[in-house]
Design a binder for this molecule. Structure first.
Ligand SMILES: Nc1ncnc2c1ncn2[C@@H]1O[C@H](COP(=O)(O)OP(=O)(O)OP(=O)(O)O)[C@@H](O)[C@H]1O
Ligand SMILES: [Mg+2]
Length: 461
């Protein structure tokens, strides 16, 4: 029990409360002899005030005192939060059981019988102080634990709010990233739409120009052809006449020698002018010219039907005829590269925009020709089934690498040299076919060739 060191004793202050000076002297001499500090009070009230001021570590309290007795004092001390924890030893006469009970009720921690036994007093004082120290340490420990727990709680809260912040930050990042992507996508779409409009406008003005030229050529070709027809008739008549005249002169020449001379001169003149050859060739020349004029007429016709400027946009049309006139239009681009196989099926008329569909065929035919390096074959096939018209344009060209297959319909995707292709052809084609509620599929093998199949629903009037 004797575990309190000198230095520990020195830090303790004991408040001694007694109304008798002799007792105060005796007790204070005793405690100071054991190394404790002490303070004194002459009654309960004074004890309360001193307690407030000096905060003693232990109180030795006499019971019988004027002003406020020990029981009352003890009760009050134990009522106040500031003094509740201070151990109180009550000094009472041995036999007074009733007072002891009252003191216990009032919260007293221990008793000492009067007259006080010095050794016992010191032991009880030491025990209570030790107990108080344990309690104090316990209190400090509890407070520390509470502080640590509070700090931990704050730390956890901080961590949680930090986590929340990070999550929010990520969300924001994702949000701005996705907004950025959306913006980029919208921009690309806008750019593509703008280019498509430009391209379509270009096509439209080319069509308009073609139609204008076709119209202008149509008239002169018309009268050239009709004149050539007349010319052929005239030439036939003239050669018939010359033939008859030559025969008549021949007959006269046989009858008279004078006419024989004239016949000789005419024959020589005829020979020098190569009249026989001319008569022979005249028919050929006129036939060839008529042929040529016929071809010009056909080209003009194709130009007109390709541009479709003279027609309402959406109309019942024959797809096969549209393909045919488109092939004629691009014949110059195809003829050196490929033989064109046509397998036109028996397909119904359908309500469509023939000018636009021709644009689709034209781009696919030109793409096919471009894909053929030297010589190859382009096959155009049409057929009809369960409410749809199918158009397949296939080639024996270089094919499309599989990694490009799902990119060829993207606007601006091209593998052609700068200036050779804009990469808009197939994207426009896709758009046009979609507008017809149709679809384009493609099959291709690198090195073998490609086949594009267009499928559009048959729309009846
Ligand atoms: N028949 C085909 N064979 C091989 N590759 C093809 C064929 N058709 C299209 N492609 C590929 O798809 C790309 C895109 O074609 P698209 O018609 O859209 O543009 P382009 O022909 O390059 O240019 P544009 O048509 O605008 O002049 C081509 O550059 C080519 O690589
Ligand atoms: Mg193209």
């Amino acid at each position: 029990m004797n575990s309190q060191t000198e230095s520990q004793k020195n830090k303790y202050t004991i408040l001694i409360v007694d109304d008798e000076q002799a007792n105060l002297k005796l007790l204070s001499a005793l405690v100071s002899c054991y190394g404790y500090h002490f303070e004194t009070a002459g009654n309960g009230l004074e004890a309360m005030e001193k307690t407030k001021k000096i905060r003693p570590d232990l109180i030795l309290l006499d019971v019988l005192m004027p002003v406020m007795n020990g029981v009352e004092t003890c009760k009050r001390l134990k009522e106040y939060p500031d003094s509740r924890h201070i151990p109180v030893i009550v000094l009472t006469s041995l036999g007074d059981k009733e007072t002891r009970l009252k003191c216990l009720e009032a919260g007293a921690n221990d008793f000492l019988a009067k007259p006080v036994d010095n050794a016992e007093l010191i032991v009880r004082v030491r025990n209570l102080l030790q107990l108080k120290e344990f309690e104090d340490r316990n209190k400090i420990l509890t407070e520390k634990i509470q502080t640590i727990e509070a700090v931990q709680k704050i730390e956890e809260e901080l961590k949680a709010s930090q986590k929340e912040l990070i999550e929010k930050n990520n969300e924001m990042k994702q949000l701005t990233e996705s907004q950025h992507k959306e913006l980029e996508k919208a921009y690309a779409e806008l750019k593509a739409a703008q280019s498509q409009i430009l391209q379509q406008e270009k096509m439209a003005s080319i069509g308009q120009l073609a139609a204008g030229i076709a119209h202008e050529i149509n008239n002169p070709v018309g009268f050239v052809m009709s004149n050539l027809g007349s010319l052929q008739k005239y030439a036939d008549k003239l050669s018939e006449f010359i033939k008859a005249q030559t025969e008549a002169i021949g007959e006269l020449g046989v009858k008279s020698s004078e006419f024989g001379e004239i016949q000789k001169k005419v024959d020589e003149f005829k020979k020098s002018l190569k009249i026989d050859y001319i008569i022979d060739d005249l028919g050929n020349l006129i036939r060839e010219s008529l042929d040529g004029a016929e071809r010009v007429k056909k080209i003009v016709q194709d130009l007109k039907s390709f541009s479709r400027i003279d027609e309402a946009e959406w109309k019942m049309a024959d797809i096969n005829a549209g393909i045919e006139s488109t092939i004629n239009m691009v014949w110059n681009e195809l003829k050196y590269k490929a033989t064109v196989k046509k397998e036109y099926g028996d397909i119904p008329l359908t309500k469509c925009n023939p000018g636009q569909l021709n644009q689709v065929f034209m781009n696919m035919l030109i793409n096919a020709a471009h894909a053929i390096e030297k010589q190859g074959e382009i096959t155009v096939k049409t057929w009809h089934g369960s409410g749809f018209i199918y158009i397949s344009i296939s080639d024996t060209g270089k094919g499309i690498p599989s990694e490009n297959l799902n990119r060829i319909f993207e606007p601006f995707f091209t593998t052609k040299e700068v200036g050779k292709g804009t990469g808009l052809g197939l994207s426009i084609a896709y758009d046009i076919v979609k507008k017809h509620n149709g679809d384009i599929t493609v099959e291709s093998k690198a090195g073998k060739g490609s086949a594009f199949t267009i499928k559009i629903p048959v729309v009846e009037r």
